[in-house]
Design a protein around this ligand. Structure first.
Ligand code: ADP
Ligand code: MG
Length: 728
């Protein structure tokens, strides 16, 4: 009602600001580095508390990816309990990532009852304890999480197992206490992966093995491990809680199902990189402080394009840790926003008509020696290692673009993909002028053309400098590539940016499927190179270039440097035979395509059963998301919109009755024409709502994939129709 709206608006203006207490040293705010990681149980802390030999055994076992022996696990458990309890911990929890897009936790207290016999008397006392076996695993009920039919309620056992590659940490509990978080994987009684973490770890391992083999072939005997690096640019909206509370659609579905675009939104392009509003800055800063303590290296914060849209980004890390940290970032933002009476929206498209939110997944490959394998350096044309890993990545996107498309599909991201702000449903890769020219020159067997541009002053040895024509400004180095904001998979200097990923989703699946595809291509490239080098100990430059050339030619179709939002690209992609996948059910089916399924199964990342279950979970979630939206809209229209229209009609009718009573000619009165229009629009809304209700009833009765397909083709259209009629 009007009164509720006014009260909410008054709330928003009357709020006192919340001040963040930054840790102080000698009366000044502490250096960021001093607060970093204080709530993380680091290896350094462990080394300080454990006897040297036990610590050495622990390190040997986790680095060698072996199972921990019981005495070592007991010692680590004891050390971490004391560390945690000294910092107020009462409980511990195995923190895991079921296929819900969020994390899950069950808390157990350190409290243990111990019975002692003393002088013939039995006495039970309370002690604090935490054993190695409690640290290593716990047992949640697996049947209540999405499992795609893999677990029935009568065979419900599942296990969470400590992921020793990700550090344990403390989070705030109630009454000033804290809780020890143990990052974990989640598997079924039979060892099937029920979560996002197990498959990420599996994909990391096969990727490492394949990449190390290629490096060895190139004469690198130092690198023992290669890992994917990930930096997630997280976009989100922040809105006042009181206004949020007025919207059942936002609360239930994460997006507005009704409502027109306001007269001023993002047309003036005045929000992007604008001064961060003070209330928002206070909230982001408090969030960052919590995250620094948790060891999450947040680096960047800024206003995004749409009103009230913002972004936070960390320094990149090893992918599995980066995924944990992205999920922690989202959860912390959620909690801190609450303290500031704000609500954070992670939905990819909360508001129609303005930009939505993504989560750009910046991905590269690093050796354990700290070398970025996708760093082109100054002369990429002679950086053969780079060229091999680059063409392997392009080949992966070319062969398994469908997997990448599947990994970012969801009911919410569907609103963003293909809208003129996010890459379309066609997967392509952007390289930039320079690299494009390098690849073309290799393909055409010629030297690299100089392509200096008029505004570029000089070409230094290998690099380019920009002249701004202002003598007081320093000259700056120009990046090797310009940006292409429209590409779903863009090379940005020394990494690829998978821009199509959704803001709300876990970055895990996109990285798993990308890792998988790249692993297969690296292996293929390695085998081609072995064949090419023949009996020689190491491949020659010519050997490398001829393999690189084959893969450049083979994957060429996937490269696109132009505007991905344009209609020409849609046509061009069709000519090239690239799939343009618009709907989620079609995208999800990519997982089951023979070449994709056999890739995942043969690499051991997913079993056939795990893959099918994952497909069913995605389909089911999609159908449920749409049905929840449909039911929410139904209630809003039947209980809110139509009654409001009816009372307005009554007001107009009463006015006309009054005019008639006064003997006025009301047939041409403004109320009369308004009444006619309102009557027509109301009838339209009612008819559309009836269609919605009928569709819900019918689709509710369907099962499995049929339900997802029908929801995708029917509900999406009806939801839009009800909206446009209601907005009118
Ligand atoms: P932009 O995309 O605007 O160029 P940045 O250069 O800050 O922004 O990078 C965005 C994200 O990419 C950051 O999270 C950053 O840490 C991450 N990033 C940078 N280098 C790598 C890399 N080698 N691997 C993975 N992520 C990276
Ligand atoms: Mg970026």
């Amino acid at each position: 009602s009007q009164a509720a709206r006014i009260a909410a608006l008054q709330d928003t203006t009357a709020r006192p600001g919340r001040t963040v207490e930054w840790p102080q040293v000698n009366g000044s705010p502490a250096y960021v580095s001093k607060t970093f990681g204080v709530n993380v149980f680091s290896l350094k802390t462990l080394a300080e508390t454990l006897p040297k030999s036990v610590y050495a055994r622990f390190i040997q076992q986790i680095k060698g990816r072996q199972t921990l022996d019981r005495p070592t696990a007991d010692a680590v458990a004891h050390a971490v309990r004391v560390w945690a309890q000294d910092r107020g911990a009462t409980h511990f929890t195995h923190w895991f990532q079921p296929q819900t897009g969020t994390t899950a936790e069950k808390h157990d207290c350190f409290l243990t009852m111990k019975t002692v016999f003393s002088g013939g008397i039995e006495e039970t006392t309370a002690i604090d304890a935490f054993s190695g076996s409690q640290l290593l695993q716990s047992e949640p009920d697996a049947s209540s999480f999405p499992n795609g039919g893999m677990r029935t309620t009568f065979e419900a056992r599942g296990y969470t197992i400590w992921d020793t590659t990700s550090p344990m940490f403390l989070r705030k509990g109630p009454h000033g206490t804290s809780i020890l978080y143990i990052p974990s994987v989640f598997i079924s009684y039979n060892g099937e992966a029920l979560d996002e973490k197990t498959i990420l770890l599996r994909s990391s391992e096969v990727l490492s093995n394949a990449a190390v083999k290629l490096l060895n072939l190139l004469g690198d005997k130092e690198s023992k491990r290669v890992y994917a690096t990930l930096g997630t640019e997280q976009e989100f909206f922040l809105i006042d809680r009181s206004l949020y509370n007025l919207r059942p659609d936002l609360k239930i579905t994460g997006r507005t199902l009704l409502g027109v675009v306001p007269p001023k939104h993002q047309q003036l392009e005045d929000h992007y990189f604008g001064q961060i509003p003070s209330r928002v800055l206070a909230a982001l800063s408090e969030c960052e402080l919590d995250l620094y303590k948790l060891g999450v290296p947040i680096k960047t914060r800024h206003n995004e394009v749409a009103p009230n849209q913002f972004e936070m980004a960390p320094i990149f890390e090893e992918a599995s840790v980066a995924v944990d940290h992205n999920l922690l970032t989202m959860e912390t933002l959620h909690q801190v926003a609450h303290r500031h009476k704000l609500k954070v929206l992670f939905h990819e498209k909360p508001f129609k008509g303005v930009n939505g939110s993504g989560k750009h997944c910046n991905w590269s490959l690093s050796t354990d020696q700290g070398d970025n394998l996708l760093d082109p350096t100054l002369k990429p044309e002679t950086n053969y290692r780079f060229l091999l890993f680059l063409v392997a990545t392009l080949d992966a996107v070319h062969k398994h673009g469908g997997l990448l498309r599947a990994s970012i599909a969801s009911a919410s991201n569907e609103h963003r993909l293909g809208a003129n702000e996010a890459p379309p449903g066609i997967v392509s890769a952007f390289l930039g002028d320079h690299l494009n020219e390098v690849l073309n020159s290799i393909e055409e067997n010629r030297s690299v053309r100089n392509f200096s541009q008029p505004h570029l002053q000089t070409v230094k040895v290998g690099g380019t400098v920009l002249d701004v024509k202002v003598s007081t400004l320093p000259t700056i180095a120009r990046d090797l590539t310009d940006r292409n904001r429209t590409s779903p998979f863009a090379f940005t200097g020394n990494k690829f940016e998978f821009r199509a990923a959704g803001s709300k989703q876990s970055p895990s699946l996109p990285i798993v499927l990308l890792n998988a595809a790249v692993t297969a291509s690296i292996t293929e490239v390695t085998e081609a190179l072995i064949k090419q080098k023949g009996a020689k100990a190491e491949p020659s430059i010519d050997d490398i270039l001829s393999v690189v050339r084959v893969y450049i030619t083979q994957s060429k179709n996937i490269r696109f440097e132009g505007n991905n939002y344009s209609d020409e690209w849609v046509k061009e992609a069709e000519k090239r035979g690239l799939p343009n996948i618009r709907s989620c059910p079609v995208a999800f089916r990519q997982l089951l395509e023979a070449k994709n399924a056999s890739l995942l199964i043969s690499l051991g990342i997913l079993t056939d059963g795990e893959l099918k279950s994952r497909f069913h979970i995605l389909m089911e979630k999609y159908a449920k998301d749409l049905l929840i939206e449909a039911n929410t809209l139904k209630t809003m229209v039947l209980q809110g919109v139509l009654p409001a229209a009816f009372s307005y009609r009554k007001e107009l009718t009463d006015s006309l009755v009054g005019q008639k009573a006064l003997g006025l000619d009301f047939s041409a009165s403004p109320e009369k024409s308004l009444l006619d229009l309102l009557t027509k629009l109301t009838a339209d809304v009612q008819a559309a709502a009836n269609t919605l209700v009928a569709a819900i009833d019918r689709i509710n009765g369907l099962e499995g994939d049929e339900q997802a397909d029908a929801a995708g083709t029917e509900l999406t259209v009806i939801l839009e129709d009800v909206r446009s009629k209601t907005d009118a």
